[in-house]
Design a protein around this ligand. Structure first.
Ligand SMILES: CC(C)=CCC/C(C)=C/CC/C(C)=C/CC/C(C)=C/COP(=O)(O)O
Length: 294
């Protein structure tokens, strides 16, 4: 907001907390929780040789502390209740619920992902299962699916089969594009415990959000379940494969849990797009005629 933020007394905030707010990231500048503010002000006062008790008192004058209990000056008096803050300032000083929820979710995500990363290295607790996990990785790799689909497309001798495979190819390419775009935009680094020893990657694959294997697993398994007539045990196997592939990404240390969870969701949604834009000899005749001339 363009107007200067004001304290309860109407003074600009900078005037009342200037001794503690040299750090622009401090909550007095709108950048953190009340606990962190007090922690920072105590630290900086110690560094500057100031008595921590007086520093704490100054911290209690901070707008964040004023939020719950009113300033020290007013606390002892039995005067009329203090004037309430203007609406815009109240929103500014309250730590956002969404912010706290997101930070907590991220902390749980990092903690859980580290705990589940039991195959992240040969010396990890489940390091002996790592080769199996890497085999699963290849089973969900983009190259495996693209080459497999192209091969089946070349071998297919029915129009119906070719139509399904053409759409699977379109789905796989769409998935690669969407995942690359999101990875490039979000730029979340892979977990620190990951060993970057993956088989054929694109440059954006140094980023981890979302998991490309998870998007592919859920997209492809939804596609298969919809378009292939399979016995129930095989259908269960397809779902299990997708789930275990997602889990293996976290176990290998390639991803955090949220990368995989969002990947599953994204792949599921991508299938809806593919279904909506279903290519057929009626709406994309050129594609089918060209293919048949090969
Ligand atoms: C063959 C055709 C028709 C086109 C080729 C298109 C193309 C650019 C393919 C690249 C495939 C590739 C290298 C995909 C990378 C897959 C991968 C390693 C994803 C990372 O997964 P994650 O779960 O670790 O995020």
């Amino acid at each position: 907001m363009a107007s200067p933020r004001r304290s309860v007394e109407g003074r600009p905030l900078g005037a009342s907390v200037s001794s503690n707010t040299s750090n622009p990231g401090s909550p007095a500048h709108g950048g953190g929780s009340s606990g962190r503010f007090e922690f920072q002000s105590l630290l900086s006062s110690r560094a500057a040789g100031v008595d921590p008790t007086s520093a704490r008192l100054r911290a209690s004058e901070s707008p964040v502390h004023r939020r719950g209990s009113f300033p020290v000056a007013a606390a002892g008096s039995s005067q009329a209740p203090p004037p309430s803050l203007p609406e815009e300032d109240r929103m500014d000083l309250n730590p956002s619920f969404l912010g706290i929820a997101l930070r907590s979710l991220l902390a749980i995500d990092l903690w859980l992902s580290k705990k589940l990363g039991v195959c992240a290295g040969e010396s990890s607790s489940w390091g002996s299962v790592r080769p199996l996990m890497k085999l699963l990785e290849i089973s969900g790799h983009g190259i495996t699916w693209l080459l497999g689909t192209l091969y089946c497309l070349c071998r297919s001798d029915s129009w119906a089969g070719r139509e399904v495979l053409m759409n699977l190819l379109f789905a796989l390419l769409l998935d690669l594009l969407v995942v690359a775009l999101i990875k490039g935009l979000v730029r979340r680094p892979r977990p620190a415990h990951n060993q970057m020893d993956m088989f054929v990657t694109l440059s954006v694959d140094k980023y981890s959000f979302p998991s490309g294997h998870a998007t592919r697993a859920s997209l492809v398994s939804r596609f298969i379940l919809k378009h292939l007539v399979l016995a129930i045990p095989l259908r269960v196997l397809v779902v299990l494969w997708a789930f275990i592939l997602g889990l293996s990404r976290v176990m290998l240390g390639r991803h955090n849990v949220t990368d995989v969870a969002f990947g599953f969701f994204l792949g599921y949604m991508q299938y809806s797009i593919v279904d909506y834009c279903w290519l057929s000899p009626h709406n994309a005749p050129v594609l089918f005629i060209l293919w048949n001339q090969q």
